[in-house]
Design a protein around this ligand. Structure first.
Ligand code: PAF
Length: 279
């Protein structure tokens, strides 16, 4: 497996690779876990050549967020990427993605201000910008993202369609710990007490799924039931509990197939998210 540091080298690799099959890209910020492994595996199963990008993107972090302390585990990331079938790890320095004086950003109007975008102003602008740069650099046929970041998926789908980037976005299911906690690179921040409290998110998601399975469709009832579960755990502070249209991220009053039920909450100083797509 090769480690590539420049856009030019990645593009050269991709152009050569595309002569003998599909190129898949798995964009990540590193600190890879079993959720990322599932994305790389899905890419390797469908594409002859797979690149994994490992880049902690400064523009998607707010000034008081965890950019500086975000876990960086490059050697382990490379080992996992290789074991799951990646041919290349693209790990550019910040100046490669944002050359001095960089002034071009990608803003997905409207969507970028909803859900996580409402609590993290500028976050989705940073995500859309870096993913655009990665897709242009990699010239990939397919790019793989996790459903755990469901609002990010909505923003990136809109962006890829608007810019006609020509890369197919593939969304893979959430990977959970045996007790239900959705895998996240940020789970590493949790103390033992917080780890137990963090289960409130998946409990709230499961409760909404149960109610839908019993025939409940009203957003007020679904969000109310989830909020009651959060209310029973004082160590957890809710950011949002919402039922939305997954394409627009606009709130809906009634659940329909494909509606996104999403929660975000603070467990100590760690902000976690979880969701389900209702069927
Ligand atoms: O989901 C992530 O890890 C990041 O937001 C992404 C898509 C790699 C962009 O930095």
């Amino acid at each position: 497996m090769r480690i590539v540091r420049t856009v030019e080298e990645l593009r050269r690799w991709s152009r050569e690779a595309r002569r003998s099959g599909l190129v898949g890209l798995v964009p990540t910020m590193g600190a890879l876990h079993a959720g990322h492994a599932s994305l790389i595996r899905a890419a390797s199963a469908a594409c002859e050549h797979v690149a994994v990008s490992v880049f902690v993107n400064p523009t998607q972090f707010g000034p008081n967020e965890d950019y500086a302390r975000y876990p960086r585990t490059f050697d382990a990331d490379c080992a996992l990427a290789e074991a799951e079938g990646a041919s290349v790890v693209f790990a550019p320095p910040v100046e490669e993605m944002y050359p001095a004086g960089a002034a071009t950003f990608v803003d997905v109007d409207g969507l970028s201000a909803r859900l996580d975008g409402a609590s993290r102003p500028g976050h989705f602008r940073g995500v859309a910008t870096v993913v655009t740069k990665l897709l242009i650099a990699a010239e990939a046929d397919r790019a793989y993202f996790g459903q755990k970041d469901a609002a990010q998926v909505a923003v990136l789908r809109r962006m890829a369609a608007d810019l006609r980037l020509g890369t197919e976005l593939v969304v893979c299911p959430i990977v959970r710990e045996p007790d239900g906690l959705a895998l996240s690179s940020r789970n590493i921040y949790l103390s033992a007490t917080e780890r137990a409290q963090a289960l409130t998110l998946s409990r709230a998601i499961r409760r909404a799924e149960e109610l839908v399975a019993q025939g409940e469709r009203r957003a007020s009832e679904l969000t109310g039931a989830a909020r009651s579960i959060f209310a029973a755990e004082p160590g957890v502070r809710v950011d949002y509990v919402e039922l939305v249209n997954w394409a627009t991220l606009e709130p809906v009053e009634t659940a329909a197939p494909g509606s996104l039920f999403a929660v975000a909450a603070w467990v100590g100083n760690t902000r976690l998210i979880d969701n389900t797509i209702l069927h």
